[in-house]
Design a protein around this ligand. Sequence first.
Ligand code: C2E
Ligand code: MG
Ligand code: MG
Ligand code: MG
Length: 287
Amino acid sequence: HADLAMYKAKELDRNNFHFFSHDMNIKVMERMMLENSMRKALERDEFFLVYQPQVDARSGRITGVEALLRWNHPDMGLLTPDRFIYLAEETGFIVPLGEWVLMTACRQNRAWQKLGFPPLRVAVNLSGKQFGQHRLDEMISAILLETGLEPEWLELEITESAIMRNADQNIAILRSLKEKGISLAIDDFGTGYSSLSYLKHFPITRLKIDKTFVQDITTNPDDAAIAEIIIAMAQTLKLNVIAEGVETRAQMEFLSTHTCFEMQGYLFSRPLTTDKFVYLLRDGISY
Ligand code: C2E
Ligand code: MG
Ligand code: MG
Ligand code: MG
């Protein structure tokens, strides 16, 4: 267990650290290094967001943009969220970090509007731990007020598992966010424990088909069937649907044929820094 391992590492640090296997040493050391540097990283401006467009494949129009977190670590280089989000969640640092992400994404979206681009929805990933945070909905309202972004241009992406961890309480929080006019998407849909009876009660606006189904959608009949079922389910429940991880024209065509028109993935664009994203807004997307 990671906590135990760290405790042991600290104990053994003084005498025989070499007791650990090489791999274990690296893991434990990386963890300690990240944990120590994470707190300072916010003040030192080491975090930044990249933005990936969401596209209506029929018209090529950009309908939204997902904000994705990156950490420019002084010693370890560029880190993607899989390297540090779990730690931020374990330590509680996800609360100030998540607030920074929301503030930055909303401010950026408002800045694009002020430049005269047609308004877009910005999607921000919300960790399950942020639900436990005191007055999440008030914090988000304050950010919208401060940045001047209308709630309709903010979408929160949440996984089923995050909602289900404390379903009744989280559904109430989601409901109050939705009442403010904020959009709510279920991220990585199909990979969690989707209790269909619960799904009906989620006050959500959108399902996001997980990229693991999209990956083999044209070659694996099971994945194709799952994607079709999710699309049909969205239609029945009157929810929007988007596919993530679209990399090929064949995947795009399959999804379009099955009436999922909104897509996100490398076929359209990688996640981009703000200075590059503005060119996409200006020139449009070619694929
Ligand atoms: P996610 O929200 O499901 O985001 C989609 C991930 O797929 C992103 O990875 C994105 O860069 C990647 N991706 C986009 N298009 C393609 C494609 O065509 N093919 C493939 N193979 N991958 C594609 P990333 O940026 O490394 O983020 C990983 C996860 O980290 C996210 O998954 C999300 O769960 C989490 N995350 C990212 N930013 C934040 C944040 O600000 N807060 C929280 N709590 N979690 C975040
Ligand atoms: Mg997401
Ligand atoms: Mg996803
Ligand atoms: Mg994911």
